[in-house]
Design a protein around this ligand. Structure first.
Ligand SMILES: NC(=O)c1ccc[n+]([C@@H]2O[C@H](COP(=O)([O-])OP(=O)(O)OC[C@H]3O[C@@H](n4cnc5c(N)ncnc54)[C@H](OP(=O)(O)O)[C@@H]3O)[C@@H](O)[C@H]2O)c1
Length: 263
């Protein structure tokens, strides 16, 4: 990223103004639910997604619900070379940015990825490389202004590799580690980095998984995310909160036992 690309951008607005929020992966179930809350609060939203029809539908819904401004861009976020111009355009359209919310991701096909590196690489690219590209640009933008919240959805799956989804899990583990390091770098510059770690949530991503009917309600998850972003508390957010102690236990199961479990 060139510094001249960011210096030309509009300033972040005064405290008390409606939030200016950039949403990357805006058609995701969790993003949609979160944006409905922000829309009702009168926020300004810039929405990025790759499916134009779904994007137009959610944008229309957020306008109806009270968003003070909604603009969109269709983009495949795997195309990292397009990120600098996409992000600069989005922030200019919003007239600044208070929050960047990164929600896109794929579960991928674990069985196929065990046999085929290209499938594995696709999961790592979408869930890790693309967010790293977006966050590198966004973090530098925020550091220049000494403000901003970078709220990123990782997963409890990144806390420990399991045989049922270790490609997805390792992509999220990489993302969580990247965010921890980024926070360590930019927190002192006035930039908040929030790592959101949902347990299983009822969305399109998990609809085909066994037991999905008992997964967390997406609206409750979204409510918790909105509150955490409002508080600007940096760190890891387990949502629902019960996943914090559960993952503490899972992380501490000795490997000689863990390797025999079917998780
Ligand atoms: N649901 C869960 O149980 C759960 C648990 C932990 C973490 N998460 C994480 O939460 C985030 C949101 O997931 P979700 O549950 O809301 O699932 P979802 O409804 O399936 O949303 C995933 C979104 O990512 C988008 N996407 C994927 N690849 C993309 C790309 N290359 N460019 C642009 N958009 C792309 C998809 O777009 P299309 O609609 O066009 O495919 C979709 O809108 C993901 O990062 C996921 O890993 C979910």
């Amino acid at each position: 990223m060139s510094s001249s690309a960011t210096t030309a951008l509009a300033p972040t607005p005064a405290i008390g103004a409606p939030k200016k929020i950039l949403v990357l992966g805006a058609t995701s179930g969790i993003a949609e639910s979160t944006c409905r809350i922000w829309a009702a609060q009168g926020a300004s939203l810039f929405l990025v997604a790759r499916n134009p029809d779904k994007l137009a539908a959610v944008a229309a819904d957020f306008r109806t619900r009270g968003a003070s401004f909604v603009d969109t861009a269709v983009a495949d976020l795997d195309a990292t070379e397009t990120h600098p111009s996409l992000l600069a355009h989005a922030i200019n359209s919003l007239g600044g940015m208070d929050v960047a919310y990164l929600t896109h991701g794929i579960l991928g096909d674990q069985s196929a990825a065990e046999q085929d590196f290209n499938t594995a690489a696709q999961i790592l690219h979408t869930n890790f490389m693309a967010p790293v590209s977006l966050l590198t640009w966004l973090a530098n933008y925020c550091v220049q202004r000494r403000a901003g919240v970078l709220a990123v959805i990782s997963s409890v799956a990144g806390d420990r590799g399991r045989k049922s989804n270790y490609l997805y899990g390792s992509s999220k583990a990489g993302l969580t580690a990247f965010l921890a390091g980024l926070r360590n770098r930019v927190d002192r510059e006035g930039v908040t980095v929030l790592t959101i770690k949902p347990g299983p949530v009822k969305t399109a991503m998990t609809a085909a998984l066994p037991g999905s009917a008992s997964f967390a309600d997406v609206d409750a998850v979204a409510q918790t995310i909105v509150q955490a972003i409002d508080k600007k508390t940096p760190g890891d957010l387990y949502v629902p909160i019960k996943w914090a102690p559960i993952m503490f236990v899972i992380r501490h199961i000795p490997d000689r036992i863990f390797k025999k479990l079917n998780l």
